[in-house]
Design a protein around this ligand. Sequence first.
Ligand SMILES: [Zn+2]
Length: 298
Amino acid sequence: MKTKISIKFRAENIPGEADAILIPTACGPDVAEVLAGSIMNIRNVSVYIDLDESDERVPKVFALLQQHGVEVDTYTYIEYSNEDRQNARLLLMRPDNFKDSLGPALLYGTKYDMSEACANCGTGARQASVLYVDGDKLSRIRKHRAIGSFDGVIIVDGGMVKKLKDAGVTGISFGDVRARLRNDKWTSVARDQILIEHTMPPMRGELTAKDEEYLCKVCRRGGRMNFPKQPYREEDLVGMQDFNLTWEWFGEFWPENKEKGFGEKRPSPYVLVTPKVMNIFREARVKTFEWTPVTIER
Ligand SMILES: [Zn+2]
C-alpha cells in the first residue's frame, strides 16, 4: 500500500512549457503525461504527474512550479498492491469505469417492494421482480462475462455462475435478467443476476461534513457520500459471507421528474466481497470491476 500524489498544472505560460518542469526534476513519461494542443489558436498544455508521496521529486516539482507562479491542482490517493488485496478481509467491488458498466436498474422497470423502505430516500427497497437492464446496452453486456452497475447490480454469464457455485461461494443466489426494449417489450438475456443476501452491521466512525449534508434526514441510512477509512472492527465481521452488502446506502437521491424527463434516483448499498470472489473473477479474465481493500480496525 502506497500513498500517491497526483499533481496537475497548465504549462502553456511557462517558458519551455512542460519540459521546463519535467526535465530538471527528472519526471519521465513513466510518471508524467503531457496533453498539448490548440483550440481556436489558444495553446493549452496540461501536465499530469503521479508520484509516491515520499518521492524526492515531489518537493522539487512544487518549488519549480512556485518559481514560475503556476497554479497547481493536487490530490493524494492510495495505491494497493496485489498482496494488499489478497490479504484483505473484504474488498469493495465496484465497476472499473462507466463505459464498462450498466445503468441503474430502477430506470428499466425492475420492481421493488417498498414496504420496509424509507419514504424519503427509498433506502431499504427490496427487489421484487427479475432484473431489467437497458436494452441499448445488450452489445456491451454480451462483450463481458460479468458486468455491474454503480447501484450494486452484478450480472454474470453461465460459466461464471458455474465457477461461483463450484467454488462454494457463500451468501448468494441467482436471478433471471431481461433487457428492456424501446417499445416497452423485453427480451431474455443469457446472464444471471447475483442476488446478495447478507447485510453488514452499520459502519463505525464519524460522519464527514459532506455525509451530513447529503444524508437522508428521515432514516439517516441513505444518501451517504464517503466510505470511512476504517468502517469495521473484527467483531463486525462475524456472520460475513463471500458476498455482502453495506447497511449504508450510498449516493444522492431524488424523485422522478416527468417534466424534466429524468427518472427517480435512489441511493444503493455497496458490495463487499472476499478475496476468494476477486480471484474467481480475475481468473476468468473479468476486467470490468475494481477491488479496493476495506481496512479493519485492530
Ligand atoms: Zn431515508
